[in-house]
Write a protein that binds this ligand. Structure first.
Ligand code: C5P
Length: 235
């Protein structure tokens, strides 16, 4: 078992108010860039024996260097440039990681800083148990409505058996690298997560318990709430 990690951070973060305020993965929460929190958690876990590849936008090299300066342990972390879509950015990360001959890979969004070592152990345990594709997810709590074309509720969708997908999603390295290359070769560029590519390639994707806190910081208010959460003093 020689897992590597790919952290994708090459998005522009338009939904969080960029470019005026910069990409969300470099915004400060609790006095430190979002991505520094994410990388610190992986570094503290210490089990990414095949290394950590961070996929960044070519314009963000200075921001990334500044984020790294917040880490005391940068061992095994390196970066490559991303592409126009998340899917392309992941493929660039996998291609870079291939040089380290990983057996498995955990693929994570930089903008999810609130995971913990227990979650990493849950996905790792599922890989070690022989699952080639592992997805942390949480059961959907809200009642779901599908709109009709007039802006009214068309139908209520049963939430039974529905899960919200999180990252890190974890895979056998050769299996997901092949699936990604095949998807790109066939012109498929519309996958929003890697489990989706695994499903498309015909793999069974194993569900493990996600973490309610492990939200994706997407909108401006998410950054503000994350900052507030980190500055709250325990009572
Ligand atoms: O846009 P979305 O919220 O799906 O982005 C999820 C993650 O994918 C973010 O960490 C973002 O930086 C990354 N991403 C990327 N390359 C892109 C688009 C998104 O690495 N072209």
């Amino acid at each position: 078992y020689n897992p590597g990690v790919v952290v994708v951070a090459a998005g522009r973060g338009e939904r969080a108010g960029a470019p005026a305020e910069g990409p969300k993965q470099y915004r400060l929460i609790g006095g430190m860039p979002v991505i520094a929190h994410t990388l610190r958690e992986f570094a503290a876990w210490g089990r990414a024996t095949a290394g950590i590849v961070v996929v960044i936008h070519p314009d963000d090299e200075a921001l990334f260097a500044d984020a790294l300066s917040h880490l005391t342990n940068q061992v095994g972390i390196r970066f490559v440039h991303g592409g126009a879509t998340r899917q392309q950015s992941v493929l660039n990360g996998l291609a870079a990681l291939a040089a380290n001959a990983p057996s498995h890979v955990l693929i994570h969004d930089a903008v999810r800083p609130f995971f913990d070592a227990a979650l990493l152990e849950r996905v790792s345990d599922a890989l070690k148990a022989g699952h080639a594709a592992v997805l942390p997810a949480v059961a959907v709590a809200d009642t779901l409505k599908k709109a009709d074309s007039n802006g009214n509720v068309g139908v209520t969708v049963s939430r039974a058996g529905l899960y919200a997908a999180q990252t890190p999603q974890a895979f056998s390295f050769p299996v997901i690298y092949d699936a990604h290359r095949k998807a790109a070769a066939e012109g498929r560029t519309d996958f929003t997560d890697d489990a989706g590519i695994a499903e498309w390639a015909g793999l069974a994707v194993r569900l493990v318990d996600g973490l309610a806190d492990n939200v994706k910081l997407t909108y401006k208010r998410d950054i503000a709430m994350a900052d507030e959460k980190l500055s709250r003093t325990p009572i």
